[in-house]
Design a protein around this ligand. Sequence first.
Ligand SMILES: [Fe+2]
Ligand SMILES: [Fe+2]
Length: 491
Amino acid sequence: MQNLTRLFNKIKFLWIKSQFPSRNPIKINKFDKFSIFIICLLISIISSYELASDPLINLKLILPLILNFCEILICCGILIYISKKENPMINSRQIFLIIGLLLLVQIVKIKFSAISPLAMIVPPALIISQGMGTVTALSWVSIACIYWPNSVDSNNEYILVITFISSAIVSILGGKIRSRAQLLQISFLVPFGAFLSQLFLFGNNQRDSYVFNFQNLILKPGDIFSDSFLLAMLMLMVIIFMPILESIFGLLTKARLLELADQEKPLLRRLSIEAPGTFEHTLLLCGLAEEATRMIGGDVDLIKTGALYHDIGKLHAPNWFIENQNGLKNPHDELDNPLESAKILQDHVDKGLQIARKYRLPKPIADFIPEHQGTLKMGYFLFKAKERDSNVLEKNFKYSGPIPQSKETAILMLADGCEAALRAMNINASDKEALMIISNLINSRLIDGQLSDSNLSKGEIYLIKISFLNVWKRIRHRRIQYPTTKNNTFS
Ligand SMILES: [Fe+2]
Ligand SMILES: [Fe+2]
């Protein structure tokens, strides 16, 4: 009996752990929830339209009709659930996009019954996989293919299989693709592949009466060349309009992340000119954070971009931060007021968020700004304040948080702490000493509860320590002075 209880508790623990959100989800208001439900209802009604419009509708058809209606409604619910699981920070606009695209497919298939499922299902799969990930896109594709009408033509089943395979390829690649050039490649290759597969399956017997003109290219549903051409055109349109969709629906695609990580971006140029010390710190931090994220299998592009923007708030007063003082006087000494100094430190978070809003940085990137500091104590100024008044309120010397809500922001917090310590370390220090410094720093954050919401496991924390050590070894290697000959001629 005891064993059973233990087993039950273990299963319960594993279940709770698997349900642990990697981020606190965004709350969706009641009106949006209601609107999403109405759209799901519409999808169910339209999808059941074929059954309901049967002229011989009788009592025998009522039950399948109700079952079909409920089935689609449940499928919509599952699709929303999966998208929330894959994107815990999904907002109502993004759910509207997923459900809206499904509704659009249903409406178009009713309006233009002869239209190819290829052109209707593959382009939305590209949008969803780019913006919300492969799993959400695959779920969307499955539902869209299952509820496509059966009666388009005799080859419908084969076309649906080709559509499903093409959409699955687009969904898998779309979630990984890192540049718009690669997107362009798949927008040609996938339609071409679909055209060849249809040609092998059906031959070109559908093109007996085919007359080549522009109208036939896009408006001859059922013709394999026309369908593939329409698909290629729609995929190109998606690529052209993707930046607009990104800003309307707040999507964060890989291409957008890479664009933001371009160091020629005005905000990053400002950081490198106005706060060169902070910029240097940022670059070293990127190396540490990137290595650790790769080691635990996190989103490398996200953390790289997030790391570049994490301290942009220091632009409001660069010389108040030690890395930009360049050996000059420290204004905090002149101010001689620990509480005011603590406020200036907190300002680099608050002003950072303001700058992020001004430059329209996507929310997942802006989240790095407050979360990299979490609710850490400003140790130096707290110590100074306690020297003057031992009853000083500790909360005035803590960052306002929140603590890291994802693995990536937690890694950035740890890298931020380790960066200065590793840079200051003696180049002759042993690996063991370096690992000890890294471990002490990470353990202090762990004990302080800063990693509680990040979902980092003990194994992952160990891997992060090892990856920081590896980066330090590289830095040390660079800093070792090579002996030079008298005339410096060797290379
Ligand atoms: Fe910071
Ligand atoms: Fe920093």
